[in-house]
Design a protein around this ligand. Structure first.
Ligand SMILES: NC(=O)c1ccc[n+]([C@@H]2O[C@H](COP(=O)([O-])OP(=O)(O)OC[C@H]3O[C@@H](n4cnc5c(N)ncnc54)[C@H](OP(=O)(O)O)[C@@H]3O)[C@@H](O)[C@H]2O)c1
Length: 337
């Protein structure tokens, strides 16, 4: 029997609607390394040990298997639907007219749900790449970010909200220039934004921008994604869990450095969504939110570890003529064309 952490003890974050949600969730992207069955098995175990938030996506290719786990947990009375906060995301090949509704319908069918808690636009452009393709491949149909195309997709998202198919809307992989271009036109504002956040990539400007607009940041790759696909690895990447200052804090607390990444994330205020199929890991990832916090001094050391080291560069989404992955992230403060 896995260890149970009482969900009511896990700290909460407030959405702008006043609703409270868990300060940590479980990721479900297997990085092309773990099977859908391994991942859905971990979701089942995570529900039993007290997780109440799950980050899903159509492109992860496992919503069908995770849906079976949710259905079983509800029918066996392990948890009620309204006690879970479940997210999913529309993939880049489903931004076209009518497609967002189809994508949401497929996700609801696969997850065996009547509604989602948040539906995200996974990436802000309809640039499609085949799952598992190598990092240098380019799709000739890929285009730079187009605010009008994004808003057309967002209008479909708003209809899903109107229909009650999702309780909140979210964006992912955004930049401040892109948000500036689209937020004024959103009838339904995003409640949450998913972004890469870990100690050596803290994105302070984007983080503060979201928080000041009452948009809750969700931090993906919170441990620095040590098992990410090889196409997302470069020699310049820093391994968060090997940074000496972080390792020293971990030794002091008697935990794995991964756990320190999560304590820092939760105490800073973002919602980390760590992935693991290993019970000892996902249990300690949840338990670390209810015990032995980092001191102010340790939080200051963690803040000093930012190296602006983006790991998920997104190069497979580049368009022809783009100079490099930096073009996706509007580094000079304007939308790169
Ligand atoms: N919106 C987006 O575009 C986007 C992009 C990327 C990811 N995401 C979401 O974010 C989630 C998390 O990101 P991620 O999976 O890339 O990276 P991550 O959570 O930073 O790293 C996951 C890896 O960390 C290791 N780990 C986890 N807990 C540990 C512990 N307590 N001790 C030691 N090692 C531990 C595991 O490695 P081992 O298996 O070797 O133990 C696991 O495979 C994804 O699953 C997905 O839901 C979203």
């Amino acid at each position: 029997m896995s260890e149970f952490i009482r969900p009511e003890l896990v700290p909460k974050r407030k959405l702008f609607t006043g609703e409270e949600i868990p300060c940590i969730g479980m990721g479900t992207f297997g990085s092309d390394r773990f099977t859908p069955e391994e991942i859905s098995g971990a979701v089942a175990g995570a529900i039993r040990c007290g997780y109440r938030m799950f980050d899903c996506a159509a492109v992860y290719g496992n919503e069908d298997q995770i849906g079976q786990v949710f259905a079983k947990a509800f029918s066996e009375g392990v948890v009620k639907r309204e006690e879970l906060f479940i997210t999913s995301k529309v993939w880049n090949n489903m931004h076209g007219k009518g497609d967002v509704l189809l994508s949401c319908a497929q996700t609801l069918k696969d997850l065996q749900l009547d509604y989602l808690d948040v539906f995200f636009v996974h990436w802000p452009f309809a640039n499609y790449h085949a799952p598992g393709c190598d990092g240098d491949s380019r799709n000739p149909d890929s285009k730079p970010f187009d605010p009008e195309a994004f808003i057309a997709t967002w209008r479909q998202m708003e209809r899903l909200y109107d229909m009650g198919l999702t309780r909140h809307l979210g964006m992912s992989n955004m930049t401040i220039p892109k948000l500036e271009a689209v937020l004024p036109y959103c009838r339904i504002k995003p409640s949450l934004i998913e972004m890469e956040l870990h100690p050596c990539f803290q994105q302070p400007e984007l983080y503060d921008y979201c928080v000041s607009r009452q948009i809750l940041p969700i931090g993906f790759c919170p441990i620095g994604s040590p098992t990410r696909p090889d196409r997302d690895k470069t020699e310049a990447d820093i391994a968060d869990i090997q940074m000496p200052e972080l390792v020293a804090i971990a030794q002091k607390h008697g935990v794995h450095p991964a756990v320190i990444c999560l304590k820092w994330a939760v105490q800073r205020g973002q919602i980390p969504i760590p992935f693991s199929i290993h019970e000892n890991e996902y249990v300690s990832n949840l338990r670390c939110t209810v015990e032995d916090p980092l001191s102010e001094e340790e939080m200051a050391v963690m803040a000093s570890l930012d190296r602006n080291c983006r790991l998920i560069k997104g190069q497979v989404f580049l368009w022809e003529g783009a100079k490099g992955w930096e073009d996706l992230w509007d580094l000079d403060g304007t939308i790169t064309k």
